[in-house]
Design a protein around this ligand. Structure first.
Ligand SMILES: [Cu+2]
Length: 477
């Protein structure tokens, strides 16, 4: 395959080529350094010999646009990166001609196709190879250039969406952190140095077990949410963030309990295989969200990178019988809700704020059924630390059949609580604490009372209360 390629840096002189509608052949191998968009040029009208063209493909929102083009031999295709992160233009076949370096923001990569053929390519960090043999070799950020002597020069009309590739083997059997996985209350009375080690991991796991749908999550410690952190006010917290060597992305942490730039994110942008640390003094009592804050931050959160940190007051919180940890978050995929197969993150659905799933603790049904539902005995006092990772939706948190005796709105554990609350609003990137007594046995559903997302998309959990009935409180008939 003859041809030349070049990656151009921003600021290089732009090579201006004439528009070649039905025109002469053009030479190849230009370095083109401008992000100026040029129109897609038709090579010729139907029925006339195809002529080479100059054509621009944008890399934007983690997609090639247009993803599929058809051009005549001798045409030069220029890829322009409109995203904030780097992409690559890499042939699916190792021997293929497209082997760009990392194309950073605003940079371009150009290639002149000398001869006919079909050239499938992908972005190395934003596509995944499917070795099952059932679907396309790569999924995610992919594209095709078809070079043909009879090319129309225009992108083919879009076809219907392809079905998802098959579900992938899982790397984490259970993505959802157990709601019971709450650190024990702090009994010491004086602050100390505390070390918190977290690892960011990108893992395939089941997002919807009812149809065997899998998803590539980005996580803290391999679960969604990440581990709950519990410290005492005025502790000095040393955060050690390791990014697994297998990661494709830089990750970081912004804890809302921090007073400092980026909540720690400015000093914890960690490349794969590296570790970075920082320390902060936990000076403000409350319950706070933490999340990844690497660009694009909303994408990292939407892939599951969030958790809670509790800063306890001196003397601790009032004792209760049960403490639980629940976080709501949305997942924006390229599939539909309840579609079997492997789902990929989808930027268009993120931008439209149109989630495929809205989940408690990482997946549909994570807090339902034996071993996963919350449990209590009759007359227990129950405390739920409830956070919203988001990245976008706010939650109208409600437990069907219970009244919150106390709500600590917006995670404020210093001011007076609210009493006798039915539903509490929890903002994206915010948290709340609710407490109630389980007087009557039975199953109680945890919901976001924006019920369409609960009924259709998964923001549903269960609390199972066992023990003797009390007809003076509740009885049928
Ligand atoms: Cu991240």
């Amino acid at each position: 395959m003859a041809g030349e390629s070049s990656a151009g840096a921003k600021g290089l002189a732009m090579v201006v080529l004439g528009l070649l509608v039905g025109g002469a052949a053009m030479a190849g191998g230009f370095a083109i350094g401008s992000q100026t968009a040029r129109p897609i040029v038709e090579a010729g009208t139907p029925g006339t010999p195809a002529a080479p063209v100059e054509l621009t493909i944008h890399m934007k929102n983690f997609k090639f646009d247009p993803a599929s083009v058809e051009v005549a031999p001798g045409s030069t295709v220029t890829w322009v990166n409109d995203d904030d992160v780097y992409h690559t233009v890499t042939s699916d076949e190792a021997s293929g001609p497209l082997q760009s370096p990392n194309v950073e923001k605003s940079q371009t990569y150009a290639y002149t196709f000398a001869s006919e053929g079909t050239f499938n390519y992908h972005c190395t960090p934003h596509a995944a190879r499917d070795t099952s043999g059932h679907g396309p070799l790569y999924s995610g950020m992919t594209g095709t250039v078809k070079v043909s002597g009879t090319a129309s020069g225009t992108p083919p009309a879009p076809t219907g969406r392809q079905p998802l590739p098959p579900a992938r083997p899982v790397q984490v059997f259970e993505i959802g952190r157990s709601a019971a996985d709450v650190p024990a209350p702090i009994t010491r009375t004086s602050p100390q140095e505390v070390h918190v080690s977290l690892e960011t991991r990108e893992v395939v796991a089941v997002i919807d077990p009812s149809v065997n749908a899998t998803y590539t999550y980005w996580t803290f410690n391999g679960t969604v949410p990440g581990p709950m952190i519990r410290v005492l006010v005025n502790d000095t917290v040393h955060v050690h963030l390791t990014n697994a060597a297998s990661s494709s992305m830089t990750h970081s942490i912004d804890l809302h309990a921090v007073m400092g730039p980026g909540g720690g994110a400015t000093v914890t942008q960690v490349a794969p295989g590296e570790t970075k640390s920082f320390a902060f003094k936990a000076m403000r009592v409350g319950v706070y969200v933490y999340h990844c804050a690497s660009p694009p931050v909303d994408s990292h959160i939407a892939n599951g990178m969030y958790g809670l940190i509790l800063v306890e007051p001196e003397g601790g919180l009032p004792a209760v019988d049960r403490e639980y940890y629940v976080m709501q978050g949305e997942f924006y995929t390229n599939g539909t809700t309840g579609e079997a197969g492997h789902h990929f993150f989808d930027t268009d659905n993120l931008l439209a704020e149109h989630p495929t799933y809205v989940a408690f603790n990482g997946r549909k049904g994570s807090l339902m059924g034996p071993g996963r539902a919350l449990e209590a005995d009759v007359n227990d006092t129950v405390r739920i630390f409830f956070g919203v990772g988001g990245p976008n939706l706010i939650s109208s948190f409600h437990v069907i059949g219970q009244i919150f005796d106390r709500v600590y709105p917006e995670g404020d554990l210093v001011g007076d609580p609210h009493y006798n609350v039915q539903t509490t609003l929890v903002p994206a990137g915010g948290a709340s604490v609710v407490e109630f007594v389980t007087l009557v046995p039975g199953t109680y559903l945890l919901v976001d009372h924006s019920l369409t997302r609960t009924i259709q998309k998964g923001s549903l959990g269960a609390l199972v209360v066992t023990g003797p009935a009390d007809p003076s409180v509740y009885s049928a008939g």
